[in-house]
Design a protein around this ligand. Structure first.
Ligand code: ZN
Length: 397
């Protein structure tokens, strides 16, 4: 599966936050990596206390204890995105090639020597996709808490992830002020996009987006898991060493008590007076109680050691096990056009044209294959023009 993520970069986040704060009517004074923000009197943002506050941009949290931190995985950024998305109901945007001036060329053209002399797209029908921004929290009970924000686009009918569409739409979230005077996207006239596509389908696809987000983060999650597991290993190792140390100390203490008991036993036998004997007997009783106590402690540890300190091991590893929580923070229904694109292709020797399925904002939609040998086209097996359009491996035979 292709990588359907688009990371929320610092610059995107800053553009988004600036836009959002401007929408609230805030004034922003920038000094280096900080914003001094002042909100108008009537505005109340639940997670911001006071009218004036400082926002640190992409720094380590401890450097900005007095303000809010704006970084892709910061709490403030999450709150900002959640707040911004809760202000609007589920959005609906349309992406059509009329608004997008440049076509996306597939990798098997981009990697080749073939030049695109022209391209024309013929839309056949509209399709709906869901673009969701999914917050993924990976945490352990004790130590770790890592937040990710993944942008996922999935076609509502085929459930196919559409990474480029996520990119196109997300850019419009984060860069609402495009240089073009024409808006890139037109919000559609329908008041409720959910009634159009159906609540159930929408929820279903949002759930799918959450799964894809986790899938995309597999490497990061694996790393976090490995790191958590190392922490658990070392904590358990420390515990085991401590128990060994305790056993060794208990053994020393028991030896000492035994020696003292032997000595007291002699005192009992050779006491000169009744008084002395009573005192020695009392001391023996105390030492025996002490010995019994030490033996109990020793037996307890030995009992646990026999099972490899299983109970404690389980407790430690449970504490370090990962809990993965996902939540969609922004969900948008996106209509996009599907159809066919015709590429006019040229090489040094000749030219030809090629038709492939294509969608606006998405690029080529199917895995393309060579017309001659049916091998699939890729960066490595790109196209060439030699007696017509062929794949690289065909042309070499
Ligand atoms: Zn071929």
């Amino acid at each position: 599966m292709t990588d359907a993520t688009l990371s929320v970069t610092q610059s995107r986040l800053e553009t988004f936050a600036r836009e959002y704060l401007n929408t609230l009517g805030a004034s922003i004074r920038e000094t280096g990596p900080r914003w001094h923000v002042r909100l108008p009197d009537h505005v109340d943002v639940p997670f911001i206390h006071g009218r004036e506050f400082t926002v640190g941009l992409g720094q380590q949290p401890d450097e900005h204890v007095d303000g809010h931190l704006l970084a892709p995985d910061s709490e403030f950024a999450q709150q900002l995105l959640e707040e911004a998305s809760s202000m609007a109901s589920v959005g609906h945007v349309s992406v059509s090639t009329e608004e997008i001036e440049e076509y996306e060329y597939p990798e098997w053209i981009a990697a080749s020597d073939v030049r695109v002399a022209g391209a024309s797209f013929t839309p056949y029908y509209d399709r709906n996709a869901v673009v969701a921004l999914v917050k993924v929290g990976v945490e352990t009970v004790s130590e770790y808490q890592t937040q990710f924000l993944e942008a996922i686009a999935i076609d509502m009918s085929s459930k196919q992830p559409l990474p480029s569409l996520a990119d196109t739409v997300l850019n419009s979230f984060f860069e609402p002020e495009t240089t073009s005077t024409e808006p890139l996207f037109e919000s559609s006239a329908e008041s409720d996009p959910l009634s159009q596509v159906g609540h159930d389908t929408f929820s279903e696809v949002i759930a799918e987006c959450q799964d894809v987000a986790i899938e995309n983060l597999r490497d990061s999650i694996t790393n976090i898991r490995a790191s958590a597991s190392r922490s658990a290993d070392s904590e358990f190792d420390e515990y085991r060493q401590l128990q060994e140390q305790r056993l060794s100390n208990l053994k020393d203490d028991l030896d000492s008590v035994s020696r003292r008991l032997e000595k007291v036993a002699e005192e009992v036998e050779h006491s000169d007076s009744h008084q002395q004997r009573v005192e020695a007997l009392q001391k023996r009783e105390e030492l025996q109680a002490e010995k019994e106590d030490l033996e109990n402690k020793q037996a307890e540890i030995l009992r646990k050691k026999q099972t490899g300190f299983e109970e404690r091991r389980r407790e430690i590893y449970n504490r370090h096990s990962l809990k993965i929580v996902t939540a969609p923070v922004v969900g948008t229904v996106v209509s996009y056009e599907r159809g066919e694109i015709t590429f006019q292709l040229e090489s040094e020797r000749s030219s030809d044209s090629l038709q492939v399925p294509y969608a606006a904002g998405v690029g080529t939609t199917d895995n393309a294959s060579c017309n001659h040998c049916q091998a699939s086209l890729s960066t490595e097996n790109h196209i060439v023009i030699a007696d017509g359009i062929k794949c690289r491996s065909c042309s070499q035979n």
